[in-house]
Each structure stands twice: as structure tokens, then as C-alpha cells.
Design a binder for this molecule. Sequence first.
Ligand code: MG
Length: 328
Amino acid sequence: MKITMTHGSGGQATSELIASVFANAFQNDVLNRMEDSAVVPGSGTIAVTTDSFVVTPLQFPGGDIGRLCVCGTVNDLLMRGAVPQYLTCGFILQEGLDTELLQELVASMAATARESGVAIVAGDTKVVEGNGGLFVNTAGVGFVPAGVDISGENCRPGDVVLVSGTLGDHHAAILSSRLGIENTIQSDCAPLGGMVKALMEGGIHLHTLRDVTRGGLATVLKELASSSGVSIRLEEEKLPVTPQVGDLCGLLGLDPLYMGNEGKLVAILPAEEADKALELVRSAPYGKHAAIIGTVNADHPGSLTMLTPIGGLRRLEVLQDEGLPRIC
Ligand code: MG
């Protein structure tokens, strides 16, 4: 069956679509009540975020828009030290979308929500003219435990930079899909709750966490150097990149430093805790290839530089051109 404008009418067809596709996949005590808003328990310090997902293709090696829209929102909550609890989702369906495909994407979304420990407690569906596409907006709420202060302003001289795995995988997977290049590259799209929990329960004094998404590692670290008033020095030889992504970059003249991931984070933490943090992340889900890649320093506040293998120093800025559109 294909989505038609009738599915967005608010009448019988809308109710049937919601019942058969969304309510079925996402069911929980709050959503099942089908009230005008979700009323949920909560207290203390709350983290809130929202993100829209317009990726094409809707399914790609290693993931799909359903997994992506949960990971993106959950990871943004985690980056402030919050424990993600609730998600809302707004679907904008284009006329002509295949309902079997929609069902697969929604099932993937439900599975990723379960993996992340969040409940989808409210949702909305609209139908617009178009040619079978789909957009999703998700908002997320999480609770920040007392005493936790993880922020982009907290990088300190003497800290190290840990990255949780290989760079550019999501970007390279989408690009390969889009260009019809055959390879084995998979998106790294993943929820990072296990890794953050391991670090926090392991007693690591996390100063800053940031997920490495659009703009890539260099953009993220340059922004952190500015907001914390410090400089960051990377070592090129320590950057983890898979041979497959490295080859694709060589072929297309791309730089993995500016390519987006959807399941990687950088953690800025005291140098004396580096070994322990590395061990914790490497033992956590999706953290096997974590590495310590650089240091935080007091000189030249706001600058990001990288030591090259031949001993040169490369200055890095934020991503300048617009990069690849619609990777998330
Ligand atoms: Mg983020």
C-alpha cells in the first residue's frame, strides 16, 4: 500500500495508519492512552533537545532513518550527562511512501528506542504532496543526575581528547550509497548510552562530551576550543580511520576530519584518567576502536592544530563549505 493524502486527513485512514504502524510498534503505558499530551513522572534537572532527520536514502548500509532519529536525539542528551528517558516523534510522510517500508523504519526506530532505554511517549503524523519521502523530527527529555556538569565550556589545559572510534563512517556510507560506489562501509549509527554510563560509573571526571556529527571531528573540536578558551592539539597518526573509509577519502579527495559520524563521541577528561577511560570505552558497546588523540593546552585560546606524521603542524578550522547535504 502507498501513503495517500487521505492518510493525513485526520479521519478514519489516519486512525488506521496510526494504530497499525505507530501505536503497534511504539506501545507503552503512556502512549497507549492516546491523550492530547503525555504526562510522565520526572523531577530535578532536565535536559531537552530536538532534531530533524531528512537523510536520503531512507535505508543505508548500517542503519536507516528510524535508527538514526533515535540515536541522534538520545546521543545529544547523553552529551550533557543526562540519562535519556522520553522521546516524541513527528513524522512528515510524502504521498506515495510505501507503507511496508514505513513499517520497517518504524520497527527499527522502536528497536533502537528499546536499546537506548527510552520510551516514545508522544507523536504526530502529517502527509504532504511529494514522491514517497519521509522526514522525522524527534525531541528528547533526559534527567541530569545531581552534581553532573558536563559542558562544551569545561575543557581544561592538561586534559586529553578521547575519540570513541573510527572517523567518517556514517558520512562515507551515505556518500557511497548516493554515488552507487560498491564497498563494505557501514554507517556507525548507534546509541552511546552504554559508553557514557561506563565512563560515569567508572568515576571518570568528564569535563566535556560531544558527539561527532555533521562537520566532523575538526569542526567539533574547533568549536570546543573556542567555547572553553583553550587550544587543542591532535596527533594525526593517532586518528582511527578504517582502511575502507581511508581508501574512499583518497579516491574522492575527502578528509575524514570533516566527515560526520552518528555513533562516535569525543570525551575531554583529565590526563591522569586517560588510560582508565580508554579501557572503559573500549569495553563498552561501540567503543572497541577508541583512542586518545590529542591534548588540551592553555596557549593560543581557540586554536586547533594537528601534528602531522612528518612533524609539521597543520592548523584546522571549522568546516567551510557546506559538505554533503542530507546525511542526517
Ligand atoms: Mg550533538
